[in-house]
Design a protein around this ligand. Structure first.
Ligand code: SF4
Length: 506
């Protein structure tokens, strides 16, 4: 049976736009403005739904909004206060997936429609994206009737008028028709989102999120931002995570691809993935103040590459072509090292002396994939040498073991991490191989309802470059959709820390 969904509209035209468009939903009209809403609220109290949506058109306040854009409230405000709505991230993702332009932010409810441009500008300065006359009162009433069980609530408004296209213009008619058409398009997404309501268990993989190398790299940029003149340049992403990069950018870090983008005399940080000696030499020649955030475990692989090449071995690096870390390791002994990505590549390796071969690995490989490639190398070169300790680092190993442990008991596994993060991608692959549908997402806003409908046990982890607060945000989103029990499955405890380089040490 479908979840009981009530969609409340204010205007007859909104009601008609949504009629028949939200499968198996109850539709209601509360009337326009706070007085009519107050008269209608007892009707809501008499038959509270499991899921409530306030839907309709609204005025745009933020200058980036255009008629027809959809605003999903992250918060509703009125003279009586503010109410946060955390549960709407999957709805936003679903609406976007259906081709609608969607923004999420505060919606302001007031007694009258927006007056002239001055008033619109004044209201926009409060940070609200859009303005209506009903949402806050309805959401507040529904919250007051909330029992211990969360009742998912969403406010979805389609923009009719904006600063550039105010209500009085003849174009309002066209904008109104477009807004109502887009309002109708939201209907199926509302139903799909409503189906997420219900209890869940979240199984957290442990360890997850930041490793010691990532912690150190971020601390280095933080300390450089405090200690040295701005801007601080960082070659490539300090770690492969969009949130980390955006946060550091906002604090004054400038991310560049290559050294020719870095002005002379400035401070440059090398990323956690390491650099080739040629890049170091160029930075020195340019007189840049360099701070090296290369993870010590990547630096260890570099040292091994030099050691094996110096003693005359044919060196094989198992890694991903084009990855920043691989580029750095290959650059340690250019011309003396061969990159292989697959067991098939390993079959083709040519060695001058089959008894003098050594292999190294990128630190963030999938353990099982790498093992298959190593098997081929060992079969072909029985005396092959390798590092004394594993090149795949402790953080990669532990996170993969942890996600494998939770995947078998999860209906779906969510991996937090960016698409260019090797270790995060591997976590999604490992979970999928262990039998769970797995999805890599940057944050809670990318969760799609289709992954979560019917998924009562959600496995959750984060790549070594993904900040821990992203995990909390996913939990918060799911918690707002229904009662949640959080359990943690721990496969290892991590106590490793790395010291900071002298340029930023205390
Ligand atoms: Fe270092 Fe491993 Fe973290 Fe990479 S994943 S930064 S190698 S600890």
């Amino acid at each position: 049976m479908s979840v009981d969904l009530l969609v409340v509209t204010a205007l007859r035209s909104e009601y008609q736009a949504l009629r028949g468009r939200v499968p198996e939903a109850r539709l209601a009209r509360c009337g326009m403005g706070p007085v009519k809403v107050a008269r209608w609220l007892p009707e809501l109290a008499r038959d509270l739904p499991a899921v409530l949506v306030v839907a309709g058109v609204a005025g745009g306040l933020d200058p980036s909004l255009r008629p027809g854009d959809v605003v999903v409230a992250s918060e509703v405000r009125d003279a009586a206060g503010r109410i946060t709505l955390r549960e709407t991230a999957p709805l936003v993702a679903e609406l976007r997936a259906r081709g609608l332009r969607v923004q999420t932010g505060p919606i302001l409810s007031r007694d009258t429609i927006v007056g002239g441009p001055d008033e619109r500008e004044r209201l926009a300065a409060t940070g609200a994206l859009a303005v209506d006359m009903e949402s806050a009162a309805i959401v507040r009433a529904a919250h007051e009737h909330r029992s211990d069980t969360p009742r998912p609530i969403a406010v979805v408004r389609v923009i009719v008028d904006t600063a550039m296209t105010p209500l009085v213009r003849p174009a309002t008619v066209t904008a109104g028709i477009r807004a109502l058409r887009n309002l109708a398009r939201t209907g199926p997404a509302l139903r799909r989102w409503a189906e997420l309501a219900g209890p869940r268990t979240i199984v957290l993989a442990a360890p997850r999120s930041f490793c010691a190398g990532v912690d150190r790299a971020i601390d280095i940029v933080d300390a450089a931002l405090e200690r040295y003149p701005h801007p601080i340049y960082v070659r490539r992403q300090i770690v492969h995570n969009a949130h980390v990069v955006r946060d550091l950018e906002q604090r004054g870090a400038v991310f560049v691809e290559e050294l020719d983008e870095v002005p002379d005399g400035t401070t440059l940080v090398f990323s956690a993935h390491g650099v080739a000696p040629a890049v170091r030499a160029e930075a020195e020649r340019r007189g840049l103040k360099v701070i090296d955030a290369t993870c010590p475990l990547v630096a260890k692989v570099h040292a091994e590459a030099r050691r094996f090449a110096t003693r005359g071995d044919t060196v094989v690096l198992i890694g991903h072509d084009g990855h920043d870390e691989t580029e750095g390791t290959l650059g340690e002994v250019p011309g003396k090292i061969t990159l292989v990505e697959t067991p098939q590549d390993a079959e083709r390796v040519v060695a001058e002396d089959p008894d003098r071969v050594a292999f190294l690995m990128q630190t963030t490989l999938a353990i099982d994939d790498a093992a298959a490639t190593v098997d081929v190398l060992r079969r072909r070169f029985p005396l092959i040498a390798s590092s004394a300790t594993d090149d795949i680092c402790y953080a990669t190993t532990n996170r993969q073991a942890a996600v494998k442990a939770i995947a078998g008991n999860s209906d779906v596994v969510i991996v937090l991490g960016s698409a260019n993060s090797s270790n995060s991608l591997r976590l999604a692959e490992v979970a999928a191989r262990a039998g769970a549908p797995a999805h890599l997402v940057d944050d809670a806003t990318a969760l799609l309802p289709e992954w979560l409908v019917g998924a009562r046990t959600v496995g959750l982890t984060a790549g070594a470059s993904a900040p821990p607060h992203l995990v909390d945000e996913v939990i918060g989103t799911l918690r707002a959709l229904g009662p949640v029990e959080v359990v943690e499955q721990t496969v290892a405890r991590e106590e490793i820390t790395f010291t900071l380089p002298k340029e930023v040490a205390q």
